[in-house]
Design a protein around this ligand. Structure first.
Ligand code: MG
Length: 446
């Protein structure tokens, strides 16, 4: 072979080798806010909440209009994001107890595979900073689910004792919540700097804007939206600091950053809760306001700047997408509900997801297929007595692209659509295999 041909082959091999210096395994940053509504960002139309850094992130990346959390409350939503599986499969859901509490004896089972655990097989550095809410007993904490380290309040910030933990130790009780977002941000930046030379996964599930709301002095009283707006402004600042750090270290072109929320706004908190914009209802419900969340993906050079995607996507897809991009095979011994979003992000192909299932606890409440959404059961976001579950036979039918606020039931006009969706329900139920319930068991003696 002529020398020139050999050189050409070597150049091609260098350019396309997955291990070449210019094409290292991608880093992943997932910023996950708590109870932030679909309408609570400038780039999602809020008139007075100012989010210049998130708006810029969207202008430089991709904004999703139909991105869903897998549950309308914290614990199941987090389990789904990290495992790519519906909460009913992992057992992290229940009809009566909706989330884990400090008296809970359960948590994310050891057999479940998190994004962090999967990425560890490729040598990723991993960290969880913020609200874990998948079990606070040592065997359930982040370090037993693939994370090298942890800093945060292990459950909701309205639960007592409101402890701040580092790894498996309590370092502050009660946690000073006014400086939490600042401290989470500093920890995130330090982690990025320390791991600049190896692939990393930074999972940042913020404590806020879940109530009670707190901000640091520099953000207090600044937003025309009041305290809720101040809290979002601090999260906006935090996101900006993280993106700036990635740029400064020249890691931006090798890092996929996703910003999203765990569920819709907690409307019963009134002004301290957020807004779902034009979507109906909020947290705890399977109306759009409870499940559809603001989502931005950022990866300069890979994701086209200023893109808007109407793909039907879910937080569960983050699992499948991260594994795919890192060249890791999906676990074959279990059902994974997450789809690969890479074609959507890179603009190379269509969205894989055609159907979306909306659960509340263990109950399948609604199904979306294409533009259509059928509600089998509806229930509001108040207590069970004030908002009883209503079974619909035939189901209510909304055409979401015409009627995003779910106002007009068109079931009478489209029996064929309902029949088709009921077939999807049958197929789904036939291979459901619910997991062992994790939320009911309480710590002994309490
Ligand atoms: Mg939440």
């Amino acid at each position: 072979m002529k020398a020139r041909s050999i050189i050409s082959i070597l150049i091609v091999a260098y350019l396309y080798s997955p291990l070449s210096a210019n094409d290292r395994l991608p880093n992943f940053v997932v910023i996950f806010t708590d109870d932030q509504g679909y309408g609570d960002l400038g780039c999602y139309g809020h008139p007075t909440i100012r989010t210049p850094r998130l708006d810029r992130m969207a202008a430089e990346g991709m904004r999703f209009t139909q991105f869903y959390s897998a549950a309308s409350v914290c614990t199941p939503s987090r389990a789904a994001l990290l495992t790519g599986r519906l909460p009913i499969r992992t057992g992290l859901c229940a009809d009566k107890l909706r989330v884990l509490i400090p008296d809970s004896a359960g948590g994310l089972p050891e057999r479940e595979i998190t994004i962090a655990e999967a990425l560890k097989t490729k040598g990723y550095a991993t960290i969880c900073i913020g609200k874990w809410h998948l079990g606070h007993l040592p065997k359930y904490l982040p370090m037993n689910h693939g994370f090298d380290s942890y800093l945060g309040i292990p459950y909701s910030n309205d639960m007592k004792p409101t402890v701040l933990m580092r790894n498996e130790a309590i370092i502050e009780n009660p946690a000073d919540q006014t400086t939490l977002t600042q401290r989470y941000t500093a920890e995130a930046i330090q982690f990025i700097k320390e791991n600049r030379n190896k692939p990393f996964f930074l999972y940042l599930p913020h404590t806020f804007p879940h109530t009670p709301l707190f901000v640091s002095e520099s953000f207090k009283g600044k937003s025309p939206r009041g305290l809720y707006g101040d809290v979002i402004a601090e999260i906006d600042w935090s996101t900006g600091k993280i993106l700036d750090t990635l740029r400064e270290l020249e890691l931006d072109k090798n890092t996929l950053v996703i910003f999203t929320s765990d569920n819709g706004p907690w409307l019963t908190q009134k002004q301290d809760g957020g807004s779902a914009g034009l979507l109906r209802d909020g947290k705890r419900t399977t109306f759009e306001g409870g499940m559809r969340v603001p989502t931005i993906a950022w990866w300069p050079g890979k994701i086209k700047a200023g893109a808007t995607s109407h793909a039907l996507a879910s937080t569960m897809d983050i699992f499948t997408t991260c594994l795919t991009l890192a060249g890791i095979k999906l676990p074959a011994d279990r059902i994974i509900d997450g789809k690969n979003l890479t074609p959507v992000l890179l603009g190379t192909g269509p969205c894989e997801r055609k159907v979306l299932f909306y659960y509340r606890g263990t109950k399948l409440m609604a199904v979306r297929k294409g533009s259509w959404k059928a509600h089998l059961i509806t229930q509001g976001g108040l207590t069970r007595d004030a908002d009883p579950a209503i079974v619909h036979d035939p189901p209510l039918l909304y055409r979401l692209e015409h009627d995003p606020s779910e106002k007009y039931d068109v079931s009478k006009n489209h029996p064929d659509v309902i029949a088709d969706i009921l077939k999807e329900v049958e197929r789904h139920r036939a291979k459901l295999k619910p997991g062992k319930p994790q939320l009911q068991k309480r710590l002994s003696g309490k």
